[in-house]
Design a protein around this ligand. Structure first.
Ligand code: FES
Ligand code: FES
Length: 182
């Protein structure tokens, strides 16, 4: 389904199409407008946050065609035809993503400005490596800055999500094995 974000529509501007969180969207905006601003202002996806606005803090991280990018550095025209995932796309059917659950339970979020970017960076890591060790978690989140938590609780939250997922897989495996042995 296409959704036309008409708040800033202008006949002079090109229509730019892409998918956001699995949904086809189109916007008519200045082509150099930052993807961050298009997401927040035109598509009202305000989960993605602006920190530095200069590509330094990672608060605006989204996934673009499977790559983690700083949306404050991406002119929206570069996203034409892309698949974009924002933090709003992590929860599924109203159920929080395991990373979100872990951040809640382990104090990974305080003021929350860095949190969406941290979650997207962690989600990107887990997409590539389902069982990262702590040094890999630290490295994957190295481009994301937090002024509140001192980072430790964030790293622990990601590690807890990994553990929870591993336990979930083990449970699932056990259940499947039970079915096979009947
Ligand atoms: S707001 Fe984009 S990297 Fe800081
Ligand atoms: S929780 Fe405040 S910047 Fe990270």
């Amino acid at each position: 389904m296409s959704t036309n974000a008409g708040a800033t529509s202008n006949k002079r501007w090109p229509t730019i199409r892409f998918n956001v969180n699995g949904e086809a969207r189109r916007v008519k905006v200045p082509p150099m407008k930052r993807l961050l601003d298009v997401l927040r202002e035109d598509l009202h996806l305000t989960g993605t946050k602006e920190g530095c606005g200069e590509g330094e803090c990672g608060s605006c991280s989204v996934r673009l065609n499977g790559e983690l990018v700083n949306s404050c550095l991406i002119p929206v025209m570069q996203a034409e035809g892309a698949d974009i995932q924002t933090v709003e796309g992590l929860a599924l059917d109203g159920k929080l993503h395991p990373l979100q659950e872990a951040f809640l339970c382990h104090g990974g979020a305080q003021c929350g400005i860095c949190t969406p970017g941290m979650l997207m960076a962690a989600a990107q890591l887990l997409e590539l490596n389902q069982h990262p060790a702590m040094p890999e978690i630290r490295e994957a989140l190295a481009g994301n800055l937090c002024r509140c938590t001192g980072f430790i609780r964030i790293f622990e939250s990601v590690a807890a999500a990994v553990d929870a997922e591993s336990a979930g897989s083990a449970t699932k495996l056990t259940t499947e094995q039970m079915h096979h042995t009947r």
